[in-house]
Design a protein around this ligand. Structure first.
Ligand code: AKG
Ligand code: FE2
Length: 331
């Protein structure tokens, strides 16, 4: 099956409407060229003139931060990924070692950088991705310190993320501050062919024959930003050391997918809870328990989903969005 190419768009020639109608609404991936991030201070502050990540600078700025680090070798096959927390300084010391001296492949993943440094202006969300109900909702919560969907990733050459679909069926965007990544993307439905052929535990597609599965391969350069649509499975490999920033987001275009996903997840939990609701004191207690399990599995329950939706509606009613986003908010 032919590989599908992913469009490369230059921000000068792609308006918000072009992106909204051509990619968001059609749920198609695209890559924005590096001009989209050329004014991000981190592009200079965190990198050397050679384009490599500036490990000394990162260490002096954020070395004392606790960051989550995954062992790449534990995340393939049937094993659960092993993640530990360490000081960024220690992880950077690992990055400094020549590849031959590294005994394992470690990958700093899902560091809530923005949550730790909300005032830092080292990057800004491009307008294309700024109608973001998910992070807006997290920011408005009393316990917002504990939650958001904005991350920094930093890994050495050959570190990778296994085949997966993003949390809650959200959209994601990912920008390389330094380094390059190879993405392999599957449009929704294609993963069924993969799982039928290679088993539902498939987490590494690098060695499998993809000839009858439609897929796209993208090499994302430094400064470029990839848009990953809802429900597209993907696997990602770092080519050389790579530091990236990525956000997951929900808006009017994919909110129905998220809602259906939560309802299906809840149904599955209900089916799995053997004995049904009659082993609980009441139907309400059963419902409450199911919603708790769903929240632990998916990151959100239906009450939070409703709050997120309400918050977005209030914003629209209060005309708090720019004219452009206002126009598109509930299209
Ligand atoms: O960069 C990676 O290793 C994974 C990123 C990813 O899966 C995403 O942005 O959705
Ligand atoms: Fe992802």
């Amino acid at each position: 099956m032919a590989k599908k190419t992913v469009a490369r768009l230059s921000p000068e020639s792609c308006s918000y409407a072009d992106f909204y109608e051509g990619y968001l609404q059609r749920n198609e991936p695209c890559v924005f060229t590096k001009e989209l991030t050329e004014d991000w201070p981190c592009g200079k502050e965190w990198t050397l003139p050679t384009g490599e990540c500036d490990l000394d600078k990162l260490s002096s700025l954020y070395g004392e931060c606790d960051v989550p680090v995954t062992d790449c070798d534990s995340q393939g096959g049937y094993g659960e990924a092993q993640t530990s927390t360490e000081k960024l300084r220690d992880f950077l010391n690992y990055m400094r070692k020549p590849a031959s001296e590294r005994t394992s492949c470690r990958y700093l993943k899902d560091w809530h950088f923005y949550r730790s440094f909300p005032e830092s202006k080292v990057y800004s969300v491009p307008e294309y991705f700024s109608s973001d109900w998910l992070n807006n909702y997290c920011d408005g919560r009393f316990d917002a310190v504990n939650k958001d969907y904005r991350f920094v990733y930093f890994g050495p050459a050959a570190s990778w993320t296994p085949l997966h679909v993003d949390v809650l069926q959200s959209f994601s965007w990912s920008a390389n501050v330094c380094g390059r990544k190879k993405w392999i993307l599957f449009r929704p439905g294609e993963e069924k062919k993969l799982f039928a052929k290679f088993g539902t535990n498939l987490t590494d597609i690098s060695e499998v024959d993809l000839s009858d599965v439609e897929h796209s391969v993208v090499v994302q350069e430094a400064g470029e930003v990839i848009f990953v649509p809802s429900s597209w499975y993907h696997q990602v490999h770092n080519i050389g050391d790579c530091l990236s920033i990525n956000h997951n987001w929900i808006n009017a275009v994919n909110v129905d997918k998220v809602h259906s996903f939560l309802l299906t997840s809840l149904e599955n939990v209900k089916k799995e809870l053997t004995g049904g609701w009659n082993v609980f004191e009441s139907a309400e207690e059963f419902e409450e328990r199911c919603q708790k399990i769903m929240k632990a599995d998916c990151g959100m329950d239906l009450a939070e989903f409703a709050d997120m939706f309400n918050m977005a509606s209030q914003k629209k009613l209060a005309h708090q969005e720019s004219d452009l986003l206002f126009k598109y908010m509930f299209l």
